[in-house]
Design a protein around this ligand. Structure first.
Ligand SMILES: NC(=O)c1ccc[n+]([C@@H]2O[C@H](COP(=O)([O-])OP(=O)(O)OC[C@H]3O[C@@H](n4cnc5c(N)ncnc54)[C@H](O)[C@@H]3O)[C@@H](O)[C@H]2O)c1
Length: 257
């Protein structure tokens, strides 16, 4: 991929899961990696793994749901590195509860991480990128359009991420800042394993709904993020790319016995 060598990339929630897979792929392309995660221990483990592979990596403990922490973090980065080139807004959480029972405190927590943080991290990054250009890639979800009952605030937050992606792309094109999103379908991560354990989603359901008849690997999601972060997508902005094995384009579930 073009234009990634030596670039400084900030990945929120980069300590594990999809975020860490993105960090590894961008590191392979020669990027320098900043991991911003609420879990200090896991962030430091991720930093150690990337450094062992020869990558420049720095881990920071940041709670992205707190705007004052976001501001302090980006100010620190700008002072230490003289700018940033790419932001990946990946941190996200799931809270499952039927809408009739959903609590305000859980709504605020989820929206704070999944939607508010994406806006304010992007704002801070764009202020630094202004005049020089840059790239923002947001991690949305297939559920932003394929709704899944029992997790309405998550679905709403990710639909918000798609809208935020489009409007910020239009607003910041004049600054040469591209903003896109990747909407992953179903991946066997801790988040999905937990859903299977709780019985809110089953393998049988997924195989009927996904034309490819398999889940994605985190590496397949990361490949699309790398494309959108690179200059290979230099004329692409405001888009949400669904990486979902055809889930979003299937009308009726298949092969149900
Ligand atoms: N797993 C899936 O199947 C799936 C599907 C579609 C979209 N997504 C999205 O992909 C992204 C990553 O998901 P994942 O499955 O890798 O999750 P994960 O739980 O494995 O990793 C999320 C990371 O975010 C960090 N984080 C959580 N709250 C934070 C906060 N307040 N501040 C900073 N960091 C915080 C966690 O410590 C963790 O390292 C999320 O936005 C999620 O909604 C996941």
């Amino acid at each position: 991929m073009r234009g990634l060598k030596g670039k400084l990339v900030v990945i929120t929630g980069g300590a594990r899961g999809i975020g860490f897979a993105i960090a590894e792929k961008l590191a392979e392309e020669g990027a320098r990696i900043i991991i911003a995660d609420i879990n200090r221990d896991q962030a430091e483990e991720a930093q150690a793994k990337l450094r062992a592979a020869g990558t420049e990596c720095h881990a920071y403990r940041v709670d992205v749901s707190k705007v004052d922490e976001i501001e302090t973090f980006f100010t620190q980065l700008n002072t230490a590195f003289g700018g940033i080139d790419i932001l990946i807004n990946n941190a996200g959480i799931q809270i499952r509860n039927p809408s009739m029972d959903f609590l305000e405190k859980d709504w605020d927590l989820l929206m704070g991480i999944n939607l508010k943080a994406v806006f304010f991290c992007s704002q801070q990054a764009a202020r630094i990128m202004r005049g020089k250009g840059g790239v923002i890639v947001n991690i949305s979800s297939g559920t932003s359009t394929q709704t899944t009952p029992g997790r309405a605030p998550y679905v709403i937050s990710k639909a918000g991420v798609n809208a935020l992606t489009a409007v910020l792309a239009a607003e910041w094109a004049k600054e040469n800042i591209r903003v896109n999103a990747v909407a992953p379908g179903w991946i066997l991560t801790d988040m999905v394993k937990e859903g299977m354990r709780l019985g809110v989603v089953s393998n049988k359901q997924l195989m009927a709904a996904i034309p490819f008849k398999r889940l994605a690997s985190t590496s397949e999601i990361a490949d699309s993020v790398v494309y959108l972060a690179s200059e290979n997508s230099s004329y692409v902005t405001g888009q949400t790319l669904f990486v979902d094995g055809g889930w979003s384009v299937l009308g009726l579930p298949q092969d149900i016995d």
